[in-house]
Design a protein around this ligand. Structure first.
Ligand code: GDP
Length: 445
């Protein structure tokens, strides 16, 4: 998978963190060191790694983590944010010319995946009601023109190529003629495939630059093989100096790549990654989303969702509201249930209570709390009428019997719950008013 090894390494790093509560500076340093090693081993450029880990470290030692409900998750969130940044931040879409045709020129080393990309891009554009045309301006490689013709046929898109037998023609002329032809035939996008070499060389760059000058493209896409590892940065810089480009296409992201190219190129060149190519088939292609790629790398989709929930459910505003209700004696079994359901979603009662001002002292008492108790409590409260939930004083013997039957519990269970609720409400009221709770053997609330 894309970034498989890197993902695993980062996941391991976070696993170690997850079991911890507050993070010490040493914890942060250790984590940052592991992240650094994982990135370097994935062939991410040293400068990029340095900048990245410096930012992560600074933020991880800062206030946002200190104050967080779950510092470890907050660190993951920071790593995620920063990954998005080095991948280019916002998604950058292909830009179309105000006056068609939009001209897109492809550049890159031989074997990078330009010709394949040309087909993918053409197919993708055609699916969106564009009328693209492909141009074979790679006249170096013997098979290049034929290859583009095959790809064009698969994509169902016409290919403009020099006349047969005229294969060693002038790519600049071919490209210029192609644009004229596209205007005649009302193609709204022209994709120009250019020649690559196995290594960067001056002549190839000059040719690409000449083509660029001649056709003044709206986009110059630099196609780079994500598997080329450490060479990625040098290659990208050479192309930036030689032809310059407006965007990057990462190809072969499906490979068992260490993927460093992907993580380096955007930040080293300051050019956005616009597309990702993920296989040999013409459909193995997608617009690039920095945020999605970051979560793919972190493989922490559900952890991040959890973080979001934590932020939503336990923000200070929420805690303040609960505290107010408690203090003003309007905390009902309904609120109790609502709180519990939130807690159940989060999976940690301790977390919620620790958000209440002054509640830290209760944490220890809660250490042995059995979260299954929530389910039982929930069943009982759900068997109550709204009126009963709002006013537990209504709960006489026959009502308690009905509730016990309805929830599959005993009357004793119901009695215990009501007693616990009253006890808890009293205790939480004290806490909310800034006092220290004095409830020995509080038990599950
Ligand atoms: P060009 O020389 O830059 O035009 O590169 P080609 O388009 O000819 O691609 C070189 C080789 O890489 C071909 O065998 C393609 O099938 C293969 N290729 C291109 N893109 C991808 C990709 O995203 N994934 C994989 N696995 N192979 C690819």
């Amino acid at each position: 998978a894309v970034f498989g090894t890197l993902s695993d390494r980062l996941a391991d790093t976070f696993k170690n963190l997850r079991s911890k509560g507050k993070l010490s500076a040493a914890d942060v340093d250790g984590t940052v060191r592991e992240i650094r090693r994982a990135l370097l081993d994935a062939d991410v450029a040293l400068d990029v790694v340095k900048a990245f880990t410096t930012r992560v470290r600074e933020r991880a030692l800062g206030d946002e983590v200190n104050r967080a409900l779950n510092p470890a998750q907050q660190v993951v969130q920071i790593v995620n944010d920063e990954l998005i940044q080095i991948l280019g931040g916002q998604q950058r879409r292909l830009e179309f010319a105000k006056n068609p045709p939009t001209v897109i020129m492809l550049a890159g080393l031989q074997g990078a995946g330009k010709t394949t990309l040309a087909g993918k891009l053409a197919k993708w554009l055609a699916e969106q009601q564009h009328t693209p045309m492909l141009v074979a301006a790679d006249l170096q490689r013997p098979n290049a023109v034929t290859q583009l013709q095959i790809v064009g046929e698969q994509a169902g898109v016409p290919v403009f190529a020099p006349e047969p037998g005229n294969g060693v023609g002038d790519p600049v002329k071919v490209a210029k003629n192609a644009i004229k032809h596209a205007i005649d035939k009302q193609h709204d996008v022209v994709i120009v495939d250019t020649a690559g070499r196995l290594g960067v060389d001056a002549e190839m760059m000059k040719q690409a630059r000449d083509i660029r000058k001649a056709i003044d493209p709206d986009e110059v896409l630099f196609v780079i093989d994500a598997m080329i590892g450490q060479d990625a940065v040098a290659t990208a810089k050479a192309f930036q100096e030689g032809v310059d480009f407006t965007g990057v296409v990462l190809s072969k992201l499906d490979g068992d790549a260490r993927g460093g190219a992907a993580l380096s190129v955007a930040s080293v060149t300051g050019r956005p990654i616009i597309f990702a190519s993920t296989g040999e088939g013409l459909s193995d292609f997608e617009p690039f989303h920095p945020d999605r790629m970051a979560s793919r790398i972190l493989d922490l989709g559900d952890i991040l969702t959890l973080i979001e929930q934590a932020q939503k459910q336990f923000d200070e505003e929420e805690a303040r509201k609960v505290a107010e209700k408690l203090a003003s004696d309007t905390f009902t079994l309904e609120d109790f249930l609502a709180q519990m359901q939130q807690v159940k979603k989060m999976g940690s009662l301790k977390g919620m209570l620790s958000m209440l001002p002054g509640a830290k002292g209760m944490r220890e008492q809660l250490e042995n709390f059995d979260e299954r108790e929530i389910t039982r409590t929930e069943a009982i409260i759900q068997s109550m009428t709204i009126a009963e939930r709002r006013n537990p004083k209504l709960l006489n013997g026959s009502r308690r019997l009905r509730i016990a039957k309805g929830s599959g519990m005993t009357v004793t269970d119901v009695n215990q719950l009501v007693a616990r609720f009253e006890q808890a409400a009293k205790m939480m009221k004290t806490v909310a008013r800034g006092g220290v709770p004095q409830v020995p053997g509080m038990g599950p609330i």
